[in-house]
Design a protein around this ligand. Sequence first.
Ligand code: FES
Ligand code: MG
Length: 582
Amino acid sequence: MTTPRKPVRRMAAEDLRSHRWFGAQDLRAFGHRSRTMQIGLVREDFVGKPVIGIVNTWSDINPCHTHLRERAEQVKRGVWQAGGYPVELPAITLAETIQKPTTMMYRNLLAMETEELLRSYPIDGVVLLGGCDKTTPALVMGATSMGLPTIFLPAGPMLTARWRGQTLGSGSDQWKFWDERRAGRITAEEHAEVEGSIARSHGTCMTMGTASTMAAVCEALGVSLPGSCSIPAPDSGHMRMAGECGKRIVEMVWEDLRLEHILTPQAFDNAATTLMANGGSTNALIHLVAMAGRAGVDFPLERFNAISARTPVLANVRPVGQAYLMEDFHYAGGLPALLAQLKDLLHLDSLNCNGRTLGENLEGARIWNEDVIRTRDNPVKADGGLVVLKGNLAPDGAVIKTGAMDPRYLQHTGPALVFDDYNHMASLIDRDDLDVDENTVLVLRNAGPLGGPGMPEWGMMPLPRKLLLRGVKDMVRISDARMSGTSYGTCVLHVAPESWVGGPLALIRTGDTVTLDVPAQLLHVHLSDEELAERRSAWQPPPPRFARGYGKLVVQHIQQADKGCDFDFLTGTAPTAEPEIH
Ligand code: FES
Ligand code: MG
C-alpha cells in the first residue's frame, strides 16, 4: 500500500494565489482592491486572507437545491469566523427531473464552468454546493482540474415521504405507481395523491440513487467532511456542517492541502468499494471513471468487477435494499458506520479534507441499527451490486446492476425485440399485438452519449403492457442508455461503443438471439463475425444532429461511456496556465 502524498508546507499570506490580485502594489491591484471596497469592505476584510469561492448551484428551478442559498450564507459565516474572505460564485444548475434532454449532457459544461470560475478569479480555496445527480461529479471534476484546496458539501437527501401509511421512495415508487396505474390497479385520483406526497422536502432523492451514491463516493474519496453525505437537507445538522465546511476550508488553504493530495489511486479504490457496499447507482461508474481521468488516475471499467466481487452490500437502502431510505441510513450511523465494517477492504491511510486519514476518521464509528446498516456477517448481498459485461454486443463494456434484478435472468438467452429509438419503443410498448413474452430481450438503441443525445436515463424500458397485466415484473432489457439510480430490473446499460457510432447495437435485428450471462460477465449476440461485418458494411451513420452551439461541442468531443463521457480536451492533468495579471 502506497502512502498518499502529504502536504509539507504552511502558506504565508504572500503565497496565496489571491495575493497576485490583492496584495501587489501596482495599477491593477489598485483596481482590484478599490472595486472590492466598493462592496462595502475595508482592506483588512480581504487583503492577506484566503479568498474562498463558494460555487453554488442553487436555482429556483432545482427543488433538490432549494436550501443552498441559505447554506451558502452558513458557509460564509464559517469562512469569516476562520479569517477568510468568502465569495459566492453562482453556477449552472442541473435539475435532474426538469432539464431536457438530460442533465448528463450538461455535466461537462458545469465542470468547465467550475474550473474556469476558479481559474479566472482570485480564489484560494473552494466549497462546492450541489448534490442533484450529475451536479456532484461535475463540480468535483472542475475543481480537480483546477486543483485548489476543495471541500464538497452535498445538498443532503430529502425527508422520508409517506402516503396512506406507506413509505415512498424517490424515483423507485414513481416507476412502481406508474406501472400500477397502467395496469389499472390504482385510480387516477390515488395516483395524483402519490404525486403530491412523494417529494416531501427540499433535498436530493432519498433512495440510494445517483445523488446519494455520489455523495457517499465523495465522502469516501475524502472530498467531503466525514459524516456529511447523509445529513437530511432540512436538518439543523446540515446547517452546522455548512459552517464547518467554511471554517475548515480556510485552514486547508493555509495547510496547502489540495485535491492532488487526496485524489490518489487508493482514494478511488475506496470510492468504488463504497459504491458497491451501498448498492449504489450505475451512473457512478461513468462518473468515477471521468473523475479519475481528471485526477490522472487510471481507473478502467474492469477495476469495478474486482472490487464488486470482494465487497458485500451492507446498506439496506432502496432500491437494492428492500426497506429503508437515506434518513434511516443517517440515523443508523451514516457512512462512517458502514465503512467501519469494511476496514480490511479500504486504504485507511488515505487523506480526508479534514486533514486526518480515513482510518483516524473511522475510529469510534458504530452502527445504531443493524437492519439498516448491516454487519459483515449479515449482508444484504454477499457481493457488490454492479457487474461490467463484455462480448460481441458490447466490445468496450456494458453495466448491469445485479442487486436490483430478478435472479432468474442472471443467465438468460432469448430473442431480441429491437426498437430504433425511444419514440419507436414508446409507440409500440403498450400495443396488445406486440410479439413479446417474458423471455424476449428488449433492445433500445440510439440512446447513448451521442444518440440520446446525452445518454438519457431510458435504460429501464417500461415492460410491455400486455405482460404487466399478466403480472410480469421483470425482463432483460439492453441499451446504450443509462438508468436512474432509483430504477430496478434486469437492465443492461451503457453498451459501448453506442449504436449511434456504429457499435454492434446498431446491427442487431428483431429475432436475433441474445445471451446475457452475468457470472461469465458476457453479453453476446449469436451472430458470426462474418454476419456482423456484412451488416456493418451496410450500416449508414445518422446525419449530424447539431449544426452549431453547445450540442456541436458535445458531438465533437464527448467520449464513450467506458471513458466516462468526459470531453476529450478536458480529461487528463495537463496544466492550464494561470491567467496573466494585466
Ligand atoms: Fe435531484 Fe434526484 S432529482 S437528486
Ligand atoms: Mg436520478
